[in-house]
Design a protein around this ligand. Structure first.
Ligand code: 13P
Length: 258
């Protein structure tokens, strides 16, 4: 991974309780201690547990950061059920996901809404992890690059060159999420290479070389090292395995190259 610090995110999705989120955070803190300097480690708990989890990492001290799974682009007002970027930051978030496939395909978010969220997260000083990825039928129809290109072009519309310092791209093929089916290292590398090439076109070589592009979709301790060894894969966004301390720590260790 030339000059790019690996990034490993633990997306806890709609799992854990108040108690189990803090004990998971404590476990991650201890188990990932050795690799923390070499890898950016970020956990994304459900929003009601952000404050509790952030307080665990603050009290250690720890280099692990806390992120939100989603934040709304409007600053405040009549948006029942939503959580603003400012509220996320106030709860201890320094990172946030935008455009996760479950937000796109289960909740129904559009590329345009995702772009509004990306811009609000960046304007609010957060690191934004923009998630992209194709459905199985899109892959089978040979549309993988087309879908990723559309999601990236729209997701990054009006995001300036300097702001790209705070953007991480997560390539998560939808058919590999929570299914146990991982993209082969070659297929994942091909998608990452395509995305990096698009960043050259949208920005320049420097931005493309510096932006972390991480892979998500059934990453496990058994496949993490091979995926992370690919030249354009700079870490991972981990779902199921991030709920198990030992598995998550093994994946973080694989990203550190240790
Ligand atoms: P799994 O690791 O459970 O496949 O989930 C991946 C993911 O969606 C991370 O955001």
């Amino acid at each position: 991974m030339p000059d790019r610090k690996p990034y490993v995110g633990g997306n806890w999705k709609m799992n854990t309780t108040s108690d189990s989120s803090t004990s998971l955070a404590r476990g991650v803190c201890e188990a990932c201690e050795a690799a923390q300097g070499a890898v950016d480690v970020v956990v994304f708990p459900p929003s009601p547990y952000l404050i509790g989890v952030a307080s665990i990492f603050k009290s250690r001290p720890s280099a692990i950061r806390v992120g939100a799974q989603d934040l709304y682009h409007e600053a405040e007002g009549a948006f029942t059920g939503e959580v603003s970027v400012g509220m996320g930051a106030d709860c201890g978030c320094e990172h946030a996901l935008a455009g996760h496939s479950e937000r796109r395909h289960v909740i129904g978010e559009s590329d345009e809404l995702i772009n509004a969220k990306v811009k609000a997260m960046l304007a609010g000083g957060l690191t934004c992890v923009l998630c992209v990825g194709e459905l199985l039928e899109e892959r089978e129809a040979g549309k993988t690059n087309e879908v990723n290109e559309r999601q990236l072009r729209t997701g990054l519309a009006d995001v300036g060159l300097r702001q790209m310092e705070n953007v991480v791209i997560a390539y998560e093929p939808v058919w590999a999420i929570g299914t146990g089916k991982t993209a082969s290292p070659e297929d994942a590398q091909a998608a990452h290479e395509f995305i990096r090439g698009l960043l050259v076109e949208l920005y320049n070589d420097d931005v493309a070389n510096r932006t972390r592009i991480i892979y998500g979709g059934s990453v496990k301790p058994s496949n993490a090292a091979t995926l992370f060894a690919q030249p354009d894969i700079d870490g991972g966004l981990i779902g199921g395995a991030s709920l198990k301390v030992d598995d998550f720590a093994a994946i973080v260790k694989a990203a550190s190259g240790a």
